[in-house]
Design a protein. Structure first.
Length: 808
């Protein structure tokens, strides 16, 4: 069978014809009568079709070679818009633009209709998307598994400065990027009881069953033929669950009860960043994802293999944080109960199959589930976890004879008021490798949070520093800078070999190049100013220093400290102390978990302080604060290219890595930051002179806490801080009370160092050439933070997978 598939050498005429054909046959309309959606969907299909050929060839080559695969399991993916990405990756950007213009269509209006799938909360979900991008680009045989939430991360509005959440019905008009496979469903059980079979085998009789229905989206590699997929699962009720007789009797709600109950499982992304949420439905989601993914993985394995002893050689499963960790118990259940393998053999396969990435150090963010809940929802899994734990504790006891404390410390079951399953412990015990996401984080994990395990199995612990996609966060987000870089380096290959950015270093000393660099930054600030005006009504000065803090709202990230500095600047300018003040635009963006009261309070304060600044005619010529609502990947792509200063001011030891720090440095922003997460590595690479360092390091934090931290003392000692807190108390007294009496994240302790460092930033900004030089060097030295390097590290140290080139 031959298919007409090759789009190589496409002309605008071919592209335009395909758009019209899709309009005609897929939407049943013509250009003259098409709605905006008709046109957008047809264009999207036209672009998508240009990747299908590559996908089919990838799948065929994978089938032929039967390689080892990496299966990435994640409850979150923040994919970002697909149209701009797929135009770029299919190499049809220019051709499509000309075709659309030829048809009288506006590419930018069409692009505005592309909806970002917001299937994640923050860094963890975006990291998953960057890694998939890099795996495809590096020709790694890989599949991503996730949940196809009906509602993604909420949309954020402000009312009286406070966050209001609206649902994100992202597929309201349909998702043209998705392929549905409704005949490829999996069955997922919940509740019920177990019955003994032979030996350790049992049979689980679930009390409730739902269907998992897959669809997939294409994950193209850049500059290569490989197109991988991400498979997303949606919960469905069995075919006949609609209760016709109840509906006939007018009981409309009851008639759809079972459908609603089943489909609720993939209804909504939990808008929770890193605090534990004890909800049965969330555990159901996790088990749902894990079961669908494992069954699919086993199905794929069996296409070319039959011996279970080959499983761990062909299948590597990366667990993205603890959300998919129930997979360890589920694989054991499948192998022992369903396949009849001996426990030890099953355990050896399981342990070799899994690897676990931890993304936090906050103890409250390490998931635990009440044993009673797991017992009820997943009775067989609970038995399996108890047995895993029993055998594990025997190993611990042999290693530490008589040490009860060790057993308590390491046990998968936490004993307290109620017994709980510690998912991170299960993950470490059931994996061949464990990694943190930045050097400092990996070191602290092994020294603190997972110390006992690192002592027991030092070889199991690794570091893999996070990375970002230069395609999305440079080429797509910042076309102007990309073009300038390409012109200077001579070709575009730096986009897949980011270390080549070092070739820019000499240009930092070239005045003409610096001038052009500044001009690009300025044009990007003009774009941001247009957006900010439309979104918030705040007018920005495109020549002002663009000072950016974009991330989830969390106390440890210290947006509050950012706000205190703004108030300090406001007071100074108001008093006429403007000699050292440089015009600044403070850009804030980020969401808070809906139930996270303290973070929402800080957000409200930020908005109130923005109003204070922007409405003060004395202050606003020097200072503007814009809080852009509804931060997402698309807004990140708009803000990052305009940034001059990157705020990375978390309390040392709290931010696992951070990734906006990498995106901003890559785009030539200078960092003001603490020695936390990946900041440490950014500073090592870009150079201490090009990085504004302040604040306590992890040793200083520990020492201060040991001495006994008294926030009051800082207030007493620092008249400017007193004045600032008095202003803040006028807006929100509770925040000030907390700072003075508790201040868990040592904001007051770091305040003076931070404000002084900001003054150094202002002075540096006035040295235009030095600043631009540092900006260029930040870009030139950020090559290490490419997700391509991250994926190569995973391949080498953890996955033991090599690239498989697909013939072009
Ligand atoms: C961390 O807080 C890190 C990302 C990606 C986050 C952040 O520092 O950059 O993961 N963790 O590794 C998280 O979202 C739920 O935990």
């Amino acid at each position: 069978m031959t298919y007409v598939t090759s789009h190589a050498g496409d002309t605008p005429g071919d592209f335009g014809r395909d758009v019209l054909s899709n309009l005609y046959y897929q939407r049943g309309t013509t250009l003259e009568s098409a709605s905006a959606q008709d046109t957008y969907q047809s264009v999207a299909l036209t672009v998508r079709n240009r990747l299908v050929d590559r996908y089919i060839r990838t799948a065929a080559a994978h089938y032929r070679a039967n390689p080892r695969f990496i299966y990435y399991l994640s409850a979150e993916y923040m994919l970002g818009k697909q149209l701009d990405q797929n135009l770029l990756y299919s190499g049809t950007e220019e051709c499509a633009r000309r075709a659309l213009e030829g048809l009288g269509l506006s590419p930018s209006e069409l692009a505005a209709l592309d909806v970002e799938p917001g299937l994640g909360n923050g860094g963890l979900g975006r990291l998953a998307a960057c890694l998939l991008d890099a795996m495809a680009t590096q020709d790694i045989p890989a599949v991503g598994y996730g949940i196809r939430y009906d509602f993604g991360i909420f949309k954020q509005d402000f009312r009286d400065g406070g966050q209001v959440e609206r649902p994100d019905n992202w597929t309201f008009y349909g998702n043209p990027w998705e392929f549905h496979a409704s005949d490829d469903q999996q069955t997922v059980g919940f509740y019920g009881h177990t019955e003994p079979l032979d030996g350790l085998r049992k049979s689980w009789v679930p009390g409730e069953v739902v269907l998992g229905e897959p669809s997939h989206m294409l994950v193209p590699g850049y500059g290569t033929t490989t197109v991988n997929i991400i498979r997303l699962w949606r919960a469905r009720a069995a075919r006949e669950s609609f209760d016709l007789s109840r509906f006939g009797a007018g009981q409309y709600g009851e008639a759809v009860e079972e459908i609603v109950r089943s489909e609720n499982i993939s209804k909504v992304l939990y808008p929770d960043d890193s605090t534990e949420l004890g909800r049965e439905l969330r555990l159901k989601q996790q088990h749902f994802l894990v079961t669908c993914a494992l069954r699919d993985i086993v199905r794929r394995f069996r296409l070319r293999n039959s011996d279970w002893d080959d499983f761990a050689g062909k299948v590597m499963i990366q667990l993205n944080d603890t959300h998919p960790v129930m997979a360890i118990a589920e694989l054991m259940r499948m192998l022992v109960d369903e396949e009849g393998l001996e426990w030890d053999r099953a355990w050896s396969i399981t342990r070799r199959t899994f690897a676990y990435t931890c993304h936090t150090l906050l103890p409250e963010a390490l998931e635990t589930w009440p044993v009673a809940l797991v017992q009820r929802l997943l009775p067989r899994h609970m038995e399996i976890i108890f047995l895993i734990n029993h055998l594990f504790l025997q190993e611990v006891a042999a290693r530490y004879p008589g040490d009860e404390g060790k057993l308590r410390e390491l046990s998968i079951i936490g004993e307290g008021d109620e017994q709980r399953v510690r998912m991170a412990h299960l993950a470490v015990v059931g994996s061949s490798a464990v990694n943190g996401v930045a050097e400092l984080h990996s070191r602290l994990l092994a020294a603190t949070t997972l110390h006992g395990f690192a002592e027991l199995w030092p070889g199991r612990f690794h570091n893999v520093t996070n990375g970002i996609s230069p395609r999305r966060f440079m080429r797509l987000a910042n076309p102007r800078l990309s073009e300038l870089i390409t012109e200077r380096i001579g070709d575009e290959r730096w986009l897949t070999d980011l270390d080549r950015l070092t070739e820019l270093e000499p240009a930092a000393d070239d005045p003409a190049f610096r001038e052009r660099w500044r001009e690009v930054k300025r044009l990007n600030r003009v774009d941001l100013a247009h957006h900010a005006l439309a979104a918030t009504g705040v007018a920005l000065d495109p020549d002002a220093l663009c000072d950016v803090m974009i991330k989830r709202f969390h106390e440890y990230k210290r947006q509050l400290m950012r706000v205190l500095h703004v108030v300090a600047l406001h007071r100074r300018i108001h008093r006429g102390e403007v000699a050292d003040v440089v015009p600044r635009t403070i850009v804030l963006a980020g969401k808070a978990a809906p139930g996270y009261y303290a973070a929402k309070r800080i957000m409200r304060l930020a908005n109130m302080v923005a109003g204070l600044v922007n409405n003060d005619p004395v202050v606003s010529p020097y200072l503007r604060v814009v809080f852009l609502p509804d931060y997402n990947v698309s807004r990140a792509q708009l803000i990052i290219p305009a940034a001059d200063l990157s705020e990375q001011i978390s309390l040392a030891g709290k931010e696992a890595s951070g990734t906006s720090n990498m995106k901003l440095a890559l785009n030539g922003a200078l960092t003001i930051g603490t020695l936390d997460g990946a900041n440490v590595e950014i500073r090592d690479r870009v150079g201490a002179a090009e990085f504004f360092l302040f604040g306590l390091d992890t040793t200083g934090v520990a020492a201060l806490k040991d001495r006994g931290y008294v926030p009051w003392e800082y207030y007493d000692r620092d008249p400017e801080l007193r004045e600032v807190l008095d202003v803040v108390a006028g807006f929100d007294k509770e925040i000030v009370d907390d700072l003075l009496h508790r201040d868990e994240y040592l904001t007051l302790a770091d305040y003076r160092a931070y404000v002084d460092c900001q003054d150094a930033v202002s002075r540096a900004w006035q040295e235009r050439d030095l600043w631009t030089r540092a900006s260029i060097l930040n870009t030139a030295r950020s090559g290490f933070f490419s997700a391509d390097r991250t994926v190569r590290d995973y391949c080498r140290d953890i996955w033991h997978i090599s690239p498989l080139r697909i013939d072009g």
